[in-house]
Design a protein around this ligand. Structure first.
Ligand code: 9MR
Length: 477
């Protein structure tokens, strides 16, 4: 008899729905042999979730909370899928509509539904230039940086232990051939905003896989090369990143790339999982079905491709409904694309380990971080001074520290801070800390040690417990 993997664990067991089928078959069957034969074919794939599970993968969908009262929608969801991504409900505008005031009602509905039905959850998305609440759109610099860190910490903390993978940062690279970061208010807070978001998410939910997610990165191109270089850099420096999501929104202008599988594989070769996160393919009939087959086969052929999620259930649920890009029509009927996907899952993938050599192309260089111009008047003494501004919540804080140079300027600096008992530094940006509790020293990094006479620079750190109240010391190197 075939088995499927239990959701949420590596244990092999008989799926509840299959078990129910077996019981009803067994009660009506006389010969045991007949029972086994029927059970085998049932487990070889009648739904996307069970067929994907047979291949050690999940099959997911975006879910909208306001559709959970639609019984046709919920019927397909519960039958076919074992991973859900809230389509909009976990985004910054939804979860923190006013600064420091969190709203989880809609997202919690989806999480409860998923948990009650044995589905896992992809969190989407913690830090993104789009769908920011108005108050965040109006922030910049260290105020925005602190707000982002607080947001990531709070939201990932709220769902701690419940999320399979988080899209920690979404769509941070520019389209086209530049290979540059996308300009955004978050990017203008400093090039390290992405790694700060990842470190913050890890501290808040150590059990969740942390992913970078983007579109137009599905084949090898300047944009995916730039993401590749970032992931490689993060892996080499120990920045916590576990996975890369490939949105895979396809249509005739943006077809499934010929090197789709090779591109998934080169990222997997960096030591991260890869996932297809927002799949939809505009079209109909056999052309659309063939494209779904290609995408499904590509994932199955890459050992570290852990699952596929489509971006909605029925065509009418899609963000681009007119392109009929999904697996079920507006009446909930299975389309040829559904059958093709199910068949591809049931056919399975290659179990041969990949033999392709890692790519040899030189990754594009990322631009150096920009230092904001000084805004404070020069202090009157020599050496340097430091001041701290704190943003606190129950159980945690973000500290932003301004280091101001005296009349001689600085070639390097160290700031000393004493944390109250029980407080621990979990994450630092624009400085390197020695120690994480009690007396902690923060030294400049290579790019922000030099501060002109009367100028200043900022660094920050996040911690658990209560933030520092004592005055900081500052020493010039
Ligand atoms: O499907 C989402 C749609 O309902 C929203 O209006 C839109 C707003 O930005 O976001 C859509 O989802 C996007 C996802 O969050 C990120 N990748 C692109 C998706 C389609 O735009």
């Amino acid at each position: 008899m075939n088995h499927v993997r239990a959701r949420g664990s590596g244990r092999l067991t008989t799926a509840p729905r299959l078990r129910a089928a077996l019981v009803s078959i067994a009660t009506g069957a006389v010969a045991l042999g007949a029972t086994v034969a029927v059970a085998s074919s049932a487990s070889a794939g009648t739904t996307l979730a069970t067929s994907a599970a047979e291949q050690g993968r999940y099959f997911g969908t975006a879910v909208a909370a306001n559709k959970l009262s639609d019984s046709a929608y919920v019927g397909i969801l519960n039958r076919e899928f074992n991973m859900v991504t809230p389509e909009n409900e976990m985004k910054w505008d939804a979860t923190e509509p006013a600064q420091g005031q969190f709203s989880y009602t809609s997202a919690d509905r989806i999480v409860s539904h998923a948990q009650a039905n044995g589905m896992r959850i992809r969190g989407h998305a913690l830090a993104w230039h789009s769908q920011q609440p108005g108050w965040a759109q109006n922030l910049s610099g260290s105020a925005l940086r602190s707000a982002m860190v607080s947001h990531v910490s709070q939201v990932a903390g709220h769902y701690q232990g419940k999320i399979y993978a988080w899209d920690v940062v979404n769509e941070a690279f520019a389209d086209g051939g530049s290979g540059a970061r996308r300009d955004s208010n978050l990017q203008r807070t400093g090039n390290d905003w992405i790694e700060v978001a990842f470190r913050t998410a890890r501290a808040a939910d150590p059990g969740a896989k942390l992913c970078y997610n983007d579109y137009n990165t599905d084949g090898q191109n300047a944009k995916s090369n730039a993401v590749y270089a970032m992931v490689q850099d993060f892996r080499s420096r120990g920045v916590p990143i576990d996975c890369v999501g490939f949105q895979s929104h396809f249509n005739s202008a943006s077809p499934v790339p010929s090197d789709y599988q090779a591109n998934l594989q080169r990222f997997a070769n960096l030591g991260v999982d890869v996932q297809i996160t927002e799949l939809d393919i505009e079209g109909s009939g056999s052309t659309q079905a063939d494209n779904y087959t290609r995408v499904t086969r590509a994932c199955l052929a890459v050992t570290r491709c852990t699952g596929i999620s489509v971006w909605g259930i029925r065509d009418t649920d899609s963000w681009r409904a007119s392109g009929t890009p999904l697996l079920f029509d507006g009446n909930g009927n299975k389309k040829p694309a559904y059958t093709a996907t199910l068949d591809a899952l049931n056919a399975g993938g290659s179990t041969t380990p990949p033999t392709t050599a890692p790519p040899t192309t030189t990754p594009p260089t990322t631009p150096p971080p920009t230092t904001a111009p000084p805004t404070t008047p020069p202090p009157s003494g020599g050496g340097c001074t430091a001041s701290v501004s704190l943003q606190s919540w129950t159980g945690g804080f973000v500290a932003t520290v301004r280091v101001s140079a005296g009349p001689a300027g600085l070639k390097g600096w160290t700031v000393g801070l004493t944390l109250p008992s029980g407080a621990t530094v979990t994450n630092t940006w624009n400085a390197q800390n020695t120690g994480t509790s009690g007396s902690v020293a923060f030294r400049n990094l290579s790019y922000n040690g030099t501060v002109g006479a009367g100028g200043s620079t900022e660094f920050g750190f996040q911690g658990t417990g209560v933030g520092p109240t004592a005055l900081p010391s500052c020493a010039a190197a």
